[in-house]
Design a protein around this ligand. Structure first.
Ligand SMILES: [Mg+2]
Length: 222
C-alpha cells in the first residue's frame, strides 16, 4: 500500500472537506475530458499517430509515414507538449457537468487527476469553462493513498471514478469501503478494456454513474 506522496499531502491539507457529507472523487482524463481524442489530434499535428491496439496510450505512439514505434523519450516529449498546449481546451465528456451539478447537491466533489503540476491552472480553466469548477488535487502515482486520506476525513460514503484499472486496485486496497466506478469515456477504449478487476461497477456514461451513486446514497440514507 502506498503512502501519501509529498506533492499530494499539502494539497489535501489545504482542501476543504466537510465531515459527514458524501464525497465523489473523480478522475479527469477519460472521465471528465476526452483525453485520447485530444492526444491523438495533437500527435497528428506533430507527425505521429496512435496505433490503438491496447489500452496503453503512451506505449502506442508511432511515427507517421514509417510506422516506427516512437521512443519512450519522444513519446514523453509529445505527452508533455500535449498537456502544455491543449489541457485548457480539451473536450468535455457529455453529461459530466450535469451529473456532477446534480450530485453536488448531495455530495462534495473533488477532481483527483494525474497531470504535471504546471498544468493545474489550465485544467482548472477547462473545468470552469465546462461548468465543472470543482477543487482539483494533482496526484502523482497511484490514487489509493489520496482517496483513503480523504475518506478518513469525511467519514461518509465515498465514490471513486477512474479509467485506469491499477487505480481501482490501489483504492480497493487502501480504502475498500469506497464504491469504485470504472469509467472509460472513449468508445474505442471501452472496447479494448473490460471491467477493472477491482472496480465495483463498470459504467461508461454519466447518466448511469449518477444513477448508481444516487441509488447508493438513497440506500445508505444520505
Ligand atoms: Mg484518467
Amino acid at each position: 500500500m502506498s503512502d501519501l506522496h509529498d506533492l499530494v499531502r499539502p494539497q489535501l491539507d489545504a482542501l476543504v472537506l466537510e465531515p459527514g457529507r458524501p464525497l465523489v472523487v473523480t478522475d479527469a482524463d477519460e472521465v471528465l475530458f476526452f483525453f485520447l481524442e485530444g492526444f491523438e489530434a495533437y500527435l497528428e499535428d506533430h507527425g505521429h499517430y496512435l496505433d490503438l491496439t491496447s489500452f496503453a496510450l503512451i506505449g502506442n505512439v508511432k511515427v507517421a509515414g514509417s510506422g516506427a514505434m516512437a521512443t519512450a523519450e519522444a513519446a514523453a516529449v509529445l505527452l508533455d507538449g500535449f498537456f502544455r498546449e491543449r489541457t485548457a481546451i480539451m473536450k468535455a465528456v457529455p453529461g459530466a457537468a450535469a451529473a456532477l451539478a446534480a450530485l453536488s447537491l448531495r455530495a462534495q466533489i473533488v477532481v483527483l487527476s494525474n497531470l504535471p503540476d504546471w498544468a493545474r491552472e489550465a485544467r482548472e480553466q477547462a473545468l470552469e469553462l465546462n461548468g465543472m469548477a470543482f477543487p482539483v488535487v494533482v496526484n502523482t502515482g497511484l490514487k489509493g493513498a489520496a482517496v483513503r486520506h480523504m475518506a478518513e476525513r469525511v467519514a461518509a460514503p465515498v465514490f471513486f471514478l477512474d479509467d485506469i484499472p491499477r487505480n481501482h486496485m490501489s483504492v480497493a486496497m487502501a480504502a475498500p469501503q469506497v464504491m469504485r466506478l470504472h469509467f472509460v469515456a472513449d468508445g474505442r477504449l471501452q472496447k479494448l478494456i473490460g471491467p477493472a478487476e477491482h472496480c465495483t461497477h463498470r459504467v461508461d456514461d454519466w447518466i448511469e454513474a449518477r444513477r448508481l451513486i444516487e441509488a447508493e446514497l438513497d440506500r445508505l440514507g444520505y
